[in-house]
Write a protein that binds this ligand. Structure first.
Ligand SMILES: Nc1nc2c(ncn2[C@@H]2O[C@H](COP(=O)(O)OP(=O)(O)OP(=O)(O)O)[C@@H](O)[C@H]2O)c(=O)[nH]1
Ligand SMILES: [Mg+2]
Length: 612
């Protein structure tokens, strides 16, 4: 295929602005599926966790044919925690389609992805999506997009972007904001017209930049990447450039992407996105190139991780009851595998023989990794997320974020007080329509840990919070959080209604009746500052005398359901979340209650980092 016949484009946007929905309709309307083929919505979100949560986690390529042009489309995640996925794929494409919700307008992740695309000097097409929304404010949003380009120092050429108006849900797009039906033809034509064809010499030195690793049940590991230059042929030998080293490899199998399938091919040339099987020990960022005269490409740069969580083997009394993979070695191997596939994740020594520290971009990213592991049968104990404090030019620095908060005006007092406490600095404030206010803060990532729950409380569940990483900066000093202790079981047993009934005055329960507990397991949040060791297994005292009204019904408040994210947010430094395929439990690091009081005394002297 000659390179003039290819276009490579990534779809980028803030979370939920409709990228995957748009790709769905692009696949359908380009005739990728057979007429009889039943296809579910958001087919590109193929991982279980993506479907369950309705979000994209991994960037994925797909290819469609439009007239005689092959358009490779890369769907990307919009959630800030997966920002590295976007950075990773921008090297694969010549242009991006920036989707902006017609009602919400540009949000923090819009800024982040657009900034990366402009820095990579990619051609940008803008698509105002969801024009069918009753609260759409199309013209205003377009003005905001222009403002964003100016803010990001776009040059004159970049700012002359073409604009499309779309409803991804119904599958139509137009050049004017008028029509309310039709199809995506003008968007396809626009891509062919505006996105430059890949540049390169099909007869030049082959260069394939590996940007993703995949797996095939028959072929094993797949290297996915883009042919930057030259032509790659099946069954030929090449060099794999890993930093300074060049390793001899053979391309055993080669395929391109068509719709949801990989289609085997004999050769692929400049601009195509390919999957190669048969290479062992390769890493994202490696180049497949000529063996005798290699020309390695620069590795894509990725922003640094901002937070870390320590993974331990589960050493509690319920260890290995329902998980199959429980040893520290199995956990380490699984995490090494993850770090290989996921450029945003790095591993560090965890400070103990059974521990590994995983560095990444955010709590959601970590929760997804842990969730995947528990589905594979792993049991792990994980620590509270902690930000990375990095020494730069002799100064202590920590990650900062831009947080955009959109909430009912009435909560202004409470929200700004919390932000202040957590070292947030207000950047600007504007009315958000229908009694809401939109405020932007710059705040240390540390200040945001555990903030979400409080914010939802303060705004009666109506607050929207968007955050985006904004670089490392001077350490903001001590942050004072609200302190709350935990209710900790003091023995092994089974919880009883009688015990929980009396205990519920002491705080909010995480467990209900007939739950197995062990000494050191956290069963609730105390209303006071200190931990309390309690007995949740106490049976009702039996005696011979039947007193009137003694059998009154015990009415228990329903326990708080802790999701993995909530659990990570809840625990403090001396606590862990124990995750098994069936259970999420909270525990003290030190289980024995008599050992703990000793630790507690010690710890008070140090700069204690309390729970938020
Ligand atoms: N009203 C309306 N809703 C839309 C439109 N396009 C998408 N949606 C809805 O918006 C929600 C999010 O759509 P997705 O396609 O998953 O968004 P996304 O950008 O891929 O989200 P992430 O991958 O998580 O960043 C879904 O509920 C869609 O049905 C549209 O044109 N109009
Ligand atoms: Mg998506």
């Amino acid at each position: 295929m000659s390179e003039a016949k290819i276009r490579n484009i990534a779809i980028i946007a803030h979370v939920d602005h409709g990228k995957t929905t748009l790709v769905d309709h692009m696949l359908r309307q380009s005739g990728t599926f057979e007429a009889h083929q039943k296809v579910s919505d958001r087919v590109m979100d193929s991982m279980d966790l993506e479907r369950e949560r309705g979000i994209t986690i991994l960037s994925k390529p797909t290819g469609v044919k439009w007239n005689d042009i092959k358009i490779n489309i890369v769907d990307t995640p919009g959630h800030a925690d997966f920002g590295a996925e976007v950075e990773r794929v921008l090297r694969m494409v010549e242009g991006v389609l920036l989707l902006v919700d017609a009602a919400e307008g540009p949000l923090p992740q819009t800024r982040f992805v657009l900034g990366k695309a402009l820095a990579a000097e990619l051609k940008v097409m803008v698509c105002i999506n969801k024009i069918d929304r009753p609260d759409a404010r199309v013209e205003e949003v377009l003005d905001e997009v222009y403002g964003l380009f100016i803010d990001l120092d776009a040059d004159d050429e970049q700012i002359e972007f073409p604009v499309f108006y779309a409803c991804a849900k119904e599958g139509y797009a137009h050049l004017e904001n008028k029509q309310e039906s039709g199809d995506l033809s003008c968007l396809f034509d626009g891509i062919v017209e505006h996105i430059p064809a890949p540049q390169g010499d099909p007869d030049g030195v082959p260069q394939v930049l590996i940007t993703q690793l995949g797996h095939d049940p028959y072929l094993g590991r797949l290297a996915i990447g883009r042919v930057m230059n030259g032509t790659i042929c099946r069954n030929k030998e090449y060099g794999l450039a890993q930093d300074e080293n060049i390793k001899k490899i053979k391309v055993v199998q080669l395929s391109t992407f068509e719709g949801l399938e990989r289609v085997p091919t004999e050769s692929a040339s400049v601009g195509d996105i390919i999957a190669v099987a048969g290479i062992a020990d390769l890493q994202i960022g490696d180049t497949i190139t000529d063996l005798s005269s290699p020309a390695p490409l620069e590795r894509p740069s990725i922003d640094e991780p901002t937070i870390g969580i320590t993974f331990h083997a589960n050493n509690g009394p319920f260890s290995a009851l329902d998980g199959k993979k429980v040893t520290a070695r199995e956990i380490r191997e699984r995490l090494e595998h993850e770090a290989l596939h996921n450029v945003a994740i790095r591993l560090e020594d965890g400070g103990a023989p059974d521990a590994v520290r995983v560095l990444g971009r955010g709590e959601l990213q970590m929760a997804i990794l842990i969730e995947q592991m528990r589905r594979e049968g792993f049991e792990v104990c994980v620590s509270k997320p902690q930000v990375r404090v990095v020494e730069k030019d002799g100064k202590k620095t920590e990650p900062y974020e831009l947080a955009t908060l959109d909430f009912p005006e009435a909560a202004m007092g409470a929200v700004s007080e919390k932000m202040n406490q957590r070292k947030g600095r207000m950047l600007n404030m504007r009315p958000g329509g229908s009694g809401r206010t939109v405020v932007e803060f710059r705040i240390p990532t540390r200040g945001l840990i555990g903030f979400r729950g409080e914010y939802l409380n303060d705004t009666r569940g109506e607050g929207i919070l968007n955050t985006i990483f904004d670089g490392f900066d001077e350490y903001a000093g001590h942050i004072e959080y609200r302190k709350r202790g935990s209710l900790v079981a003091d023995r092994k047993g089974v919880s009883t209604a009688y015990a929980l009934f009396t205990l519920q005055q002491r705080g909010a329960m995480f467990i209900g009746v007939a739950v197995d507990v062990y000494e050191g397991m956290i069963i609730g949040a105390a209303s006071r500052e200190n931990d309390m060791n309690i007995n949740p297994c106490k049976p009702k005292q039996l005696n011979n005398i039947r007193s009137a009204g003694a059998d009154e019904k015990l009415i228990l408040a329903p326990p708080l359901q802790l999701t993995l994210e909530k659990a990570l947010e809840y625990i403090s430094d001396d606590e862990l979340v124990e995750v098994t395929p069936k259970f999420i439990r909270l525990r003290k690091r030190t289980l024995a209650s008599n050992m703990r009081s000793v630790l507690r005394g010690d710890r008070k002297k140090k700069d204690r980092q309390p729970r938020s």
